[in-house]
Design a protein around this ligand. Sequence first.
Ligand code: ZN
Length: 192
Amino acid sequence: MTKAGKFCCMLPVPALFPFSPPVDEMDDEKCMELALDQARRALAEGEVPVGAVIARGDEIVARAHNAPLGRKDPSAHAEILAIRRAAEVIGNYRLIGTTLYVTLEPCIMCAGAIIAARIERVVFGAYDPKSGGVVSLYRLFEDGRLNHSVSFTGGVLKEPCAEILSGFFREKRIASAFCPEPQKNGEIPKWS
Ligand code: ZN
């Protein structure tokens, strides 16, 4: 047997290769659990429960949750706040080589910010048929007219990600049935 042949025979199969592990489903689920923790924080503050984290390699560089009501800021979605935080931490407005994990499919505003930030990959949990900008209403990450495309994976831990949202809106509907006055913050969100 030649040296090269012997070496080839000794190559481990990729699935068992112990170094530089690819981002696999377990990693995605682990990071989505961290995003879910953020969604629970939003819930505790009476915000629509969506959470996001941004990872670079094996480091979490930002965590954030939805906060438009508390901040009185319609742009304060979890993804936008996480992007701002990550840019501060990394010290650059381009978030090259990062992955954003978010419990709900990004809306078109957040998808636009993700493209502007040059985020490499997005992983989301629940699909949003009413305002999703990745696959449900628009497919912004695959639009070849834009100068950056983002790879994405949807449906990671989608059941708990959807359940925290539907539970929140179920409570809102029950509360509004018993309270004909306008809600304190002026709206009953439509997601269900
Ligand atoms: Zn958004």
